[in-house]
Design a protein around this ligand. Structure first.
Ligand code: ITT
Length: 203
């Protein structure tokens, strides 16, 4: 059986491929698909968005899909950026942020600006992963990674907010640890491992 990993994010794709290589499933990515579609992420929760992505991709390509909605929740910002994590720079929450080099950098700049002078820097990454087959069968799992927001970006591994996220028990950012170690402790690693356990029972 082939499963489409339906993400447009190269960093996420890399991590999914590595995590799913531990079970015997052949995976495809959106790069393998000729026709492209865009799925609007307008849900209020990670789960709503992940289900929407999984269902729309599965019915368009007629293939079982794994999709994910993920993000960073920062305690002192009422859990923002949350479902807006990918486009936080462009959300009018304490002003918008201009893109100078790329979106990840603009998102980080905005978050650090909003946390200036705040002592509470607790945060968590959330990953909600959905498997959906066209036969109207679905599974979902969730994973969390707790930590805090650094004062400035460090490291060049990973993607997104990794350079400013220090996982609990570490003094390095998520962008300073190896991809293997990130997969071991990350929200995505935890959610995907739970999904693999469930999939093994039904496939
Ligand atoms: P797809 O919807 O196509 O999968 P996306 O990048 O839009 O790609 P999300 O909607 O799930 O994905 O947005 C998640 C954002 O949260 C992502 O763009 C990053 O900014 C951030 N994020 C999620 N997981 C992360 C991780 O492991 N490390 C750093 N940042 C992460």
């Amino acid at each position: 059986m082939k499963i489409l990993i339906a993400t447009t994010n190269k960093g996420k794709l890399r991590e999914f491929k590595s995590l799913l290589s531990q079970i015997n499933i052949e995976t495809l990515s959106l790069d393998n698909m000729k026709e492209k579609i865009e799925v609007e992420e307008d849900g209020k929760t990670f789960l709503e968005n992940a289900i929407k992505k999984a269902k729309e991709y599965a019915s368009f390509y007629n293939i079982p899909v794994i999709a994910e909605d993920a993000g960073l929740e920062v305690e002192a910002l009422n859990n923002y950026p949350g479902v807006y994590s990918a486009r936080f720079y462009d959300i009018d929450f304490g002003g918008k942020e201009e893109i100078v080099t790329n979106k990840d950098e603009a998102n980080i700049k905005k978050l650090l600006r909003l946390l200036e002078g705040k002592n509470n820097r607790k945060a968590r990454f959330v990953s909600t992963v959905v498997f959906y087959s066209q036969k109207d069968f679905g599974l979902w799992t969730e994973g969390y990674c707790y930590g805090e927001i650094a004062k400035e970006p460090r490291g060049n591994k990973g993607f997104g907010y990794d350079p400013i996220f220090i996982p609990e028990g570490y003094n390095k950012t998520m962008a300073e640890i190896s991809p293997e170690e990130k997969n071991r402790i990350s929200h995505r690693g935890k959610a995907v491992r739970k999904l693999m356990e469930k999939l093994k029972k039904v496939l």
